[in-house]
Design a protein around this ligand. Structure first.
Ligand code: TLP
Length: 343
């Protein structure tokens, strides 16, 4: 157990010893000039894992999503997004800021948009209205407690995008969590999308970095967009090296995070003020509504903090995320804090 039990996000993990060694020993070159062998190795590995032609190493998930939207759209276009998605709510409006396109948010059942509604929202060509060029799906769905979007739903949406000649982008920041929970290989999810972004710096514990995968043509253009956004980095093999460790050694342990999140959810579900259905916790994110007669959300978070338990307020209430640096003793500390505060 660490000094502080940090449940704010799976982004808070520290690199493993092996990652730190890999960083120190990485063979590097200049990646903007295209000759960093460690970045190239990571990109080859990512493309192979996802069954795509090519991959691009980017500094963050937000940049990966921004590049995908920029490549797949033109000004005056519209993008169908899920209403609670990260790309729509938590990426500082890059759709309008960078790509100059408008998002069209649709509601969903736990991240799964109704395919019929997606189809009804694809615009008919007209000089008056935007052109729909892209649909974005998020799996797992962060703001909906890490829900796994069923593959059948993505297949149905894919069929519609193909029929209408528009693109499908998958925000797979936590696609390995989706795969762990569903037993469906990441390649099968990726096969349904024209592009996939996934993160090394979330459950997989690398210190930084995400990957964008897709066709060779998509990635070649995406590389130019990355440069224009200031995301071309030089001896970045030092960051790609822990990314390789993340992909080869860290995906297998995600199930431990899922078990801990479920146990936490089951233990707190009945406590006063907490609104949570533990059956809905499928991966490593526990979001619960909090409405207590005497304690506000900020007060609750600060009382948790006094007990060395960190969590975040979110639109749905309070968020706890399990990850590599949370062990059973951290869960016990959190549960003790819950019962002391809520009694
Ligand atoms: N999510 C972060 C915060 O922004 C909330 C977190 O702590 O969960 N897609 C999804 C589904 C994400 O959850 C995130 C990060 C991103 C994209 C963006 O990744 P980064 O933070 O690397 O830009």
């Amino acid at each position: 157990m660490s000094e502080v039990s940090d449940f704010r996000s799976d982004t808070v993990t520290k690199p493993t010893e092996k990652m730190r060694r890999a960083m120190a020993e990485a063979v590097v070159g200049d990646d903007v000039l295209g000759d960093d062998p460690t970045v190239q190795e990571l990109e080859r590995l990512a493309a192979a894992l996802m069954g795509k032609e090519a991959a691009l190493f980017v500094p963050s998930g937000t940049m990966g999503n921004s590049i995908a939207v920029k490549v797949w759209t033109r000004e005056l276009d519209e993008v169908i997004v899920e209403a609670r998605s990260h790309i729509y709510n938590m990426e500082s409006t890059h759709m309008t800021f960078i790509s100059r396109v408008s998002p069209r948010p649709l509601s969903s059942h736990r991240g799964a948009m109704d395919p019929g509604e997606v189809e009804r929202n694809i615009r008919k060509p007209s000089v008056h209205i935007p052109r729909t060029s892209l649909v974005c799906v998020e799996n797992t769905h962060n703001n909906l407690s890490g829900a796994v979007v069923p593959i059948e739903n993505i297949k149905a949406i894919r069929e519609i995008t193909l029929r209408h000649g528009i693109k499908l982008h998958l925000d797979g920041a936590r696609i390995f969590n989706a795969s762990t929970a569903s037993g469906i290989p990441v390649k099968e999810y990726a096969a349904l999308a024209d592009s996939v972004m996934f993160c090394l710096s979330k459950g997989l514990s690398a210190p930084a970095g995400s990957l964008l995968v897709g066709s060779r043509e998509f990635i070649d253009y995406g590389r130019r967009v990355r440069k224009a956004l200031g995301g071309g980095l030089r001896q970045v093999g030092v960051l790609a090296a822990p990314g390789i460790v993340a992909l080869t050694e860290m995906t297998g342990r995600l199930k431990e995070d899922h078990i801990r999140a479920k146990n936490l959810a089951l233990s707190i579900a009945g406590l006063p003020g907490i609104r949570l259905n533990p059956e809905e916790i499928e991966t490593n994110i526990v979001i619960f509504g909090f409405a207590h007669p005497k304690i506000t959300i900020p007060e609750f978070l600060s009382r948790l903090k006094e007990r060395r338990v960190l969590a975040l307020a979110t639109t749905g209430g309070i968020r706890f995320v399990t990850h590599k640096d949370i062990d059973d003793e951290d869960i016990d500390r959190a549960l003790a804090a819950f019962s002391e505060i809520l009694g």
